[in-house]
Every structure is written in C-alpha cells, then in structure tokens.
Design a protein around this ligand. Structure first.
Ligand code: A2P
Length: 288
C-alpha cells in the first residue's frame, strides 16, 4: 500500500482548454506500468507535484491507479484523471458501458478527460462513440472530451458531423516526429496537442544538440525537450518509473530563447516510432 502523500503543492504550468477547464501541462503517462509498479510510481509522482495521471482501459492499471490516488489523500478536485475508450468498445451503448467500467475500476465519481483512444473504422461506429462522450459530458460524468491518435482527416470527420469538438488530441509527438499539418489544423480549431512519447521514447535524449542546450541552460536533456514542447503550446505526458527522473520531468521552471527552440524544431525527421493511426495495434498493448 502507498504511504500517504504529504506534499500537497502541485508543480508546473497549466493549459486552458476551449471548454473552460484547465489541464496540467505535464502529466504522467502510465502505459506498461504494471499494477505492482503503479503504486510506488504514482505516489512518487504525486509527491513530486504531478496532478495529471493518464491511463486507458486497455492499460489494465485503472484499478491500481484508483487505489494509489485514494491512498495519497490528495483531494479529488486537485487531481486530473484521463482515461480512454478502447477500440473494441466503439459504438454508443458500448462506449457508455465501457465508461462505467473504467469509472468503477478507478473508483471515482467523474473523469476529467475521456478520450477515444484510436480512430478505428468503421467510422460510423466511432462517431457513435463520440455521441456517447458528448452525452457523458452533458451528464457531468466527464469534464472534458477528446481524442487520441487522430490525423487531420479523422478530426475533419468529427467536425463535419458535430458542433462539439475535442479539446485535446493526444498523439505521438517529439523532436524527431513533429506533425506540422496536424499542428496547424489544431491551432486553427483550438484543439490542444498532448504529446505521448514526448521524449521520443528516450531516444532524442542522446542528441548532441539537445545535450548542448542542456549545458547552456544548466538542465538535463529531458528538461530541454519537455520545455520545448510547453513553449510551443503542447501538453506532455512523459513516462518514467524512476523517482528522480519523474521529479526532473516536472521541474521546468526555466525559459528557452526562440533561436534555441528553433534548434529543436529543426530536428524533425518525420520519424514515427509508434503505430500509424490507420494501423492500430490489434493484440497486446498499444504504443501509448
Ligand atoms: P525510465 O522509466 O527508466 O525513466 P517517452 O515518455 O517519450 O515514451 O519516454 C520514456 C522513456 O524515457 C523511458 O524509457 C524512460 O525511462 C525514459 N526517461 C523518462 N524521463 C527521463 C529523463 N528525465 N532522463 C532520461 N530518460 C528518461
């Protein structure tokens, strides 16, 4: 069982969402965090000042996350919980049912952000899931609704049918994979990008350019990359199960110059590390 978390001060910036809610800019991703690791990792993260925890029904750790946040003693209203509906639960009633199961596993009254995890076809069934998310938001069971792994064409399909648009699209985004078309589209539609694999799964931390920026600002390579995301208007959910790295990833109280941000912009190679949105993982865990 996790020890009660005595630190109650959240750390870090927030991002205003179009629906009037506020989201922590840095959150903790929990993919591949086993139920055993979840307890210690979540309590370390909460002690370090994290208040956004990102999970998904398919990760299999919602119940462990629910236990860890209750054990922390942090008031529910100070936490921001994200979970996601998986591909096999698309459709209106299916999604409502999947939400109830996630809510029960998490042991909470409401979820802060509920996402369609993957833009799977048939598109009509996915659009019925979006109707269910709108319904959940109207009922107050969910504060904000969004999507994940959507490309411009998927966002356009939603926009063509609904007035209620996602406030967040959580996608793979890191210095080696900067989605310029999506970024431009989302800026126009006021949809926040929340980056998964924001550190390129750790790979970009080896870059000499990132290392020299770290030396210049007196911070670690991971902090350079995460600050670059935040200063470009994106939210991030870096993953770590190490207490020191968890703390470092939310300690971003410095500022980078525009030319230095442009150095990171210039690292783009359009190299996708995870699954393509049109080829969702069919068995096992997804990439995020
Ligand atoms: P670890 O869990 O051992 O800290 P991403 O969020 O882009 O998927 O990256 C996750 C990977 O980056 C994990 O392998 C994680 O390893 C590593 N990582 C996370 N934070 C840091 C950091 N501050 N410094 C170095 N590696 C990190």
């Amino acid at each position: 069982m996790a020890e009660s978390t005595d630190v109650t001060t959240p750390v870090g910036e927030t991002i205003a969402l179009r629906d009037g809610t506020t989201m922590p800019a840095v959150g903790l991703g929990s993919l591949r965090m086993s139920p055993q690791q979840t307890d210690t990792t979540i309590s370390s993260a909460l002690r370090a000042g994290y208040r956004l925890i990102d999970t998904a029904s398919v990760y299999g750790n919602e119940a462990a996350i629910g236990t860890a946040i209750r054990d922390s003693g942090i008031p529910r209203e100070d936490l921001f919980l994200t979970t996601k509906v998986w591909n096999t639960d698309h459709g209106y009633t299916e999604t409502l049912r999947a939400f109830e199961a996630s809510r029960a596993r998490l042991g909470v009254d409401y979820v802060d952000l509920y996402l369609i995890h993957w833009p799977v076809t048939p598109i009509d069934r996915m659009l019925r899931s979006w109707e269910a998310l709108i319904e959940l938001q109207q009922r107050g069971d969910v504060k904000s609704i969004g999507v994940s792994n959507f490309m411009v064409k998927h966002l356009q399909a939603l926009i063509a049918r609904f007035d209620e648009l996602p406030v967040v699209n959580q996608v793979e985004y890191h210095p080696l994979f900067q989605q310029d078309e999506l970024t431009g589209f989302q800026k126009e539609s006021d949809i926040v990008i929340q980056a998964w694999a924001p550190l390129g799964k750790g790979g970009v931390l080896e870059s000499p350019m990132v290392a020299s920026l770290g030396e210049k600002y007196g911070v670690a390579p991971a902090q350079v990359v995460l600050k670059w995301h935040l200063m470009r208007g994106r939210a991030v959910i870096p993953k770590s199960t190490n207490a020191n790295r968890l703390a470092m990833n939310i300690d971003l109280d410095f500022s980078m110059s525009e030319p230095d941000l442009a150095v990171v912009d210039a690292m783009n190679e359009d190299t996708r590390l995870g699954s393509h949105p049109d080829a969702p993982p069919t068995n096992g865990l997804p990439d995020q």
